[in-house]
Write a protein that binds this ligand. Sequence first.
Ligand code: SF4
Length: 321
Amino acid sequence: MAYMACTVNELRPLRVLIAAPRGFCAGVDRAIQIVELALERFGAPVYVRHEIVHNRFVVDRLRGLGALFVDELDEVPDDRPVVFSAHGVPKSVPATAQDRGLTYVDATCPLVSKVHRQAERLIEEGRHILFIGHAGHPEVIGTFGQVPHGSMTLVETVEDAQSIEVANPANLAFLTQTTLSVDDTAAVVGALRARFPEIRVPRSEDICYATSNRQAAVKAIAAECDRMLVIGAPNSSNSLRLAEVAQRIGVPARLIERAADIDWNWFGEPATVGLTAGASAPEVLVREVLDALGERFAVTEEIADHSPERMIFKLPRELVA
Ligand code: SF4
């Protein structure tokens, strides 16, 4: 695309390549709508177990509407509704809510639920599951909570895949977290398949469309960029992976929560900067960063070519009926 030099206010020109797709995915969009609809239906406060999605801006906005975020169910009073986050929860959580007679709405992303069902089916077949993911991530905790203790083993790295001890190598299957690095996961899967040729491979990719598309979009623009800014929370797995993707291509990249986090010394005076946002980061933060860049540079914005996403997930019946 043609690059336009700009002399407005004698600011240095800066070309901003805006990755697409970026930002909200269908699962995040649905989870936020669920909290908003629950507030409409039940009035405030509506309790939300864990951050509904990993983004402070989103959480603060919902808090302003009357959502109360808690770590555990025992912080929810018996007479108030509770929403479970998009990352999914162990089976014990809805079971406890039911025992207590709580009104609850599950905002687990349908693509995470799909992995839960796959895990259950594999256990019914008597397989041991190797789960590729990051220790401590809420999605991993939720997925482990779908199956009996000891029936699933976490594999985080190629080294884990090469050293893990299994009781019966002929009876294995693997599944993955939805928000992993496509490239890292391919390497871990390669190591598992080399070691355990009989391992059951999932019928379809567990890394979700939104994660793969956002990583592909960063790869598509990285070669043209001197710097890459990724908008997302430090605990957002898919956002962290976007920064890693750029760094591995050799582009210095920073994960920022919003414009105020830009380290201008690090940023320097690049000719071209890439800009993207993780699946839980709202578009308003992209505009905020563009405005901040516009205060220091004569910015030319370019949206990178992309294939539009059309994924929409149905809302829970109890909120739309
Ligand atoms: S990143 Fe993927 S799995 Fe996670 S909420 Fe979005 S669509 Fe669902």
